[in-house]
Each structure stands twice: as C-alpha cells, then as structure tokens.
Design a protein around this ligand. Structure first.
Ligand code: K1U
Ligand code: ZN
Length: 168
C-alpha cells in the first residue's frame, strides 16, 4: 500500500471530469487500498481519485468515530435528493486550512459498485450525505470553494499560492 500525493487547489487537474471505471479489477482494488491509506493518513473522512491525480470515478469515505467503517463507491451516481437542504461547514484535503459553509440537499440516495464490482444503493443523511456529495463533486471536477463568492475564491487562491511558494 502507499500514501499518495494529494493535489492542492488551485491545481487545474482538480477540474478534470473523471471517467467511469470500465472493470473493477485488481488495478482498481489497489487504487482503493492506496486511497484509503492516504485518506486515513491525512487524516480525512473522504477522498476522491481526482485528488490523487487519477481521473476515474472512485471514492472512499469513512465518517465513523472509530475510523473503522471504510466505504468504497465506484461509478457513484446520485439517484435521488431531498428538497430539504442543510448548511454544513466543509473542509477539503485539497484546500488545506480553509473551512466554509456550503448548502446541499440534506438526504441523498447513491447508487454505485463496491470493490468487488457488486451494485448497491445507499440512503445517506447527515455527515455521510455531505461527504458523498462533496466527493462526487470532485469526480465532476468541482471543488467546494466554487460554491463560495468570487471574492472568497480569489482570496483562497492567493492564500494557497502564497503557501505553496513558502513550502517550495
Ligand atoms: O474531499 C476531501 O478533501 C476530504 C474532506 C471531506 C469532507 C469534510 C467535511 C465536509 C465535507 C467533506 C475531509 O476529510 S477534510 C478533513 C476533515 O473534515 C476531517 C478530518 C479528520 C477528522 C474529521 C474530519
Ligand atoms: Zn475535498
């Protein structure tokens, strides 16, 4: 297993739209293991393949307190959303140190394949619903800061570019 590098906003590769996985094979299972290791090491509660510069539709999540409930979604699709919305303060491993409020549907039904290629459906609410929508956004090339005002986006961009220069 390996801890992979996570792309940082405003890296343009974060805006690529990921392609569907054609076959859930050993290569995809290795990617899932590496993504899980990367997410736990960060630490984070979710990770999309886009964030590790792999542009295929794979996400991993673990929103449990004990960090022992890994969930894998391959080719995830939101098939139903509630009309009711909730505002949640989101963070992102690709936008370190930035947290802000985003409004999203409160409940969603997600259809996906598991790591064995078996289809499943999940009804999610609370943090799980927030996180799965945030990760599917990554697969569609969207980063949560794009829900914020242009002024905030521009300040975040400048702050992270400056941090990148200091780190280099
Ligand atoms: O996509 C990502 O970058 C992961 C992101 C997921 C997320 C967090 C909050 C709201 C929506 C989506 C993170 O994991 S940021 C880190 C974080 O929230 C966290 C880390 C350790 C323990 C608890 C939370
Ligand atoms: Zn994120």
């Amino acid at each position: 297993m390996a801890v992979l590098d996570i792309l940082r906003y405003p890296d343009p590769r974060l805006h690529r739209v990921a392609k569907p996985v054609r076959e859930v094979d050993e290569r995809i299972r290795r990617l899932v293991r590496d993504m899980a290791e990367t997410m736990y090491a960060a630490p984070g509660i979710g990770l999309a393949a886009t964030q590790v510069d792999v542009h295929e539709r794979v996400i991993v999540l673990d929103v449990s307190d004990a960090r022992d409930e890994l969930r894998v979604f391959i080719n995830p699709e939101i098939v139903r959303t509630s009309d009711e919305t909730k505002v949640f303060e989101e963070g992102c491993l690709s936008v370190p140190g930035i947290y802000d409020e985003v409004e999203r549907p409160d409940r969603v039904v997600v259809r996906a394949l598991d790591e064995n290629g078996k289809p499943f459906e999940l009804e999610a609410d609370g943090l799980l619903a927030v996180c799965v929508q945030h990760e599917i956004d990554h697969l569609d090339g969207r980063v949560f800061v794009q829900y914020l005002s242009r002024l905030k986006q521009s300040r975040i961009r400048s702050r992270l570019l400056k941090a990148e220069r200091v780190d280099a």
